[in-house]
Design a protein around this ligand. Structure first.
Ligand SMILES: [Zn+2]
Length: 284
């Protein structure tokens, strides 16, 4: 199966370096609302930055998204040839190397809100997609259900008829062709988890760290939902202190948007709007 390619012009949103990159036509054709999100990995455009480019039907880049932490991690062990890593030794770090940090971070958010993930299979000599499915499932647990499977290009239209709300990725081309979220989300929180995880030496501890940290967040969210159901409003600024006191977990106030987003998608939009900043409350 060969794919037709088109060239896009990418400009790094941080340092303005430009590069031309070939992307397969079907990624844009299959995209929801005609915009594909393509991960530009560190080293592809400039040596220092990884970011996402939004590519429209005319193969023009319409915008960029980059998380505000840089992902250039000096890993002790560079994966020599992660393509050939067998399934038992395939790690979160290998997955980040293949599909890029921003797409991986988006996957984690989608898992947190418990929305299914479809991985579109393309030519894949080393069964990378299958390995990703195994790694992602291994992050899951009873408390953190992960729903993920591979699909073929041919079966995609049929799948789309039955479900609308899922994340569809094309792993081998580092692209998101359908997002379950209405707006672009900031995945700063998930990126920092990933960064922490891939520093760990072995695959099992990488998945364990992600599971542990994500389960913590879900527990906090569950609790906050109960609180919000009986409260008129909750101040952002007071949430970290509450979490520390009740769960003994340090939670950065910068990451309240993660909590709000999970509540909005998984529970109830109205509940999420009860989380407000003191400053905003003062203005009204
Ligand atoms: Zn750059």
């Amino acid at each position: 199966m060969s794919d037709e390619f088109k060239q896009i012009r990418v400009v790094c949103p941080v340092c303005n370096k430009q590069v031309k990159i070939d992307i397969p036509v079907f990624i844009v054709d299959e995209s929801q609302e005609g915009v594909a999100k393509v991960q530009i990995p560190q080293g592809a455009c400039c040596p220092d930055h990884a970011f996402m480019a939004f590519v429209d039907k005319k193969f023009k880049v319409r915008g960029y998204q980059n998380v505000d932490i840089e992902f250039n991690v000096d890993r002790k062990e560079k994966p020599g040839d992660q393509k050939k890593v067998d399934i038992k030794n395939y790690s979160v770090a290998d997955m980040v190397d293949i599909i890029g940090p921003d797409i991986c971070a988006t996957i984690l958010r989608v898992v947190l809100v418990h929305i299914p993930i479809l991985l579109l299979e393309t030519y894949d000599l080393y069964e990378q997609v299958e390995k990703m499915v195994v790694v992602l499932r291994s992050i899951g647990s009873e408390e953190l259900p992960v729903s993920i499977e591979k699909v073929t290009k041919d079966s995609l239209p049929e799948r789309r008829k039955h479900y609308h709300n899922f994340l569809i990725l094309v792993p081998m081309y580092k692209a998101i062709i359908q997002s379950p979220f209405e707006k672009n989300i900031n995945t700063r929180f998930e990126s920092s988890l990933l960064r922490e995880a891939i520093q760990l030496p072995d695959p099992a501890s990488q998945t364990m760290l992600l599971r542990k940290e994500m389960v913590k967040v879900l527990k906090v969210v569950d609790d906050l939902v109960k609180v919000l159901r009986t409260t008129e409003k909750l101040y952002e600024e007071e949430i970290p202190g509450y979490i520390l006191q009740k769960f003994n977990i340090q939670f950065d106030v910068k990451n309240i948007d993660v909590i709000r987003h999970i509540i909005e998608v998984k529970y109830d939009k109205m509940l999420a709007t009860k989380i407000i900043s003191k400053f905003a409350d003062f203005l009204t």
